[in-house]
Design a protein around this ligand. Structure first.
Ligand SMILES: [Zn+2]
Ligand SMILES: [Zn+2]
Length: 221
């Protein structure tokens, strides 16, 4: 059924290479996706030889407790993420969520929070890609109003790391008490982690005891 729907939407051609396909991606493009393995820091999902907590997380502990990432933010995964985020290709949301879903299925969480956009950004884009991905993960735990973005920070991509942290400080607000709750925060891409760190700090200040990130793609230096 899903394959049938995909072939109606995409006319039987692969979203990436336009070759013949029975799903959104042909078998070759699917095989080319940079899937992440297990030698990652459980806290920040960057490379770590034995899958141990990395040195950076040990010296500067982030506010989040864990990160689960499905893909490396490299070609062709970056093209898919970009198309969902900037070109309105919402049919890619279930595909991208599908890479993450098996990895988070057993996670013990009370609420799932997509990284919020500001009201202004949401109006101009028309949708929040993190919400679209989250809808296909743990729908029963989805909370759209639990965490709000209070202001738009300048785009993070233009800033060096320590400025990114200052840039997002105080940019989020929790709308209710989260006493003892375990939270998953969903986003499309994790780059420095500054935004996710600030959200985790906000959630924990509201009483959350555990915050983990669920991201489709992770940027590696
Ligand atoms: Zn293809
Ligand atoms: Zn780490």
């Amino acid at each position: 059924m899903r394959e049938k729907l995909a072939s109606v939407l995409f006319g039987g051609s692969c979203f990436l290479c336009r070759g013949g396909a029975r799903a959104l991606l042909c078998a070759q493009c699917d095989a080319d996706l940079p899937r992440l393995g297990h030698a990652l820091c459980p806290r920040c999902a960057l490379e770590s030889p034995d899958g141990a907590v990395c040195g950076r997380c040990l010296t500067h502990s982030p506010a989040y407790d864990a990160t689960c990432a499905a893909l490396s933010y490299a070609f062709p995964a970056d093209a898919l993420v970009h198309a969902l985020k900037f070109r309105g290709e919402l049919a890619l949301a279930p595909l991208l969520a599908g890479f993450l879903a098996p990895k988070v299925r057993a996670a013990r969480i009370d609420h799932m929070v997509p990284v919020p956009l500001s009201a202004e950004r949401l109006r101009s884009r028309g949708y929040n890609q993190a919400v679209e991905i989250a809808r296909h993960l743990r729908k029963e735990a989805l909370e759209l109003a639990l965490c709000e973005r209070t202001r738009d920070a300048p785009p993070q991509i233009e800033l060096p790391y320590d400025e990114r942290q200052r840039n997002v400080r105080g940019a989020f607000r929790c709308t209710r008490s989260l006493d003892g709750a375990r939270i998953a925060v969903v986003d499309d891409v994790m780059t420095t982690g500054a935004t996710l760190d600030e959200i985790a700090r906000t959630l924990k200040a509201a009483g959350a005891v555990h915050v983990e990130n669920w991201v489709v793609a992770r940027t590696f230096r």
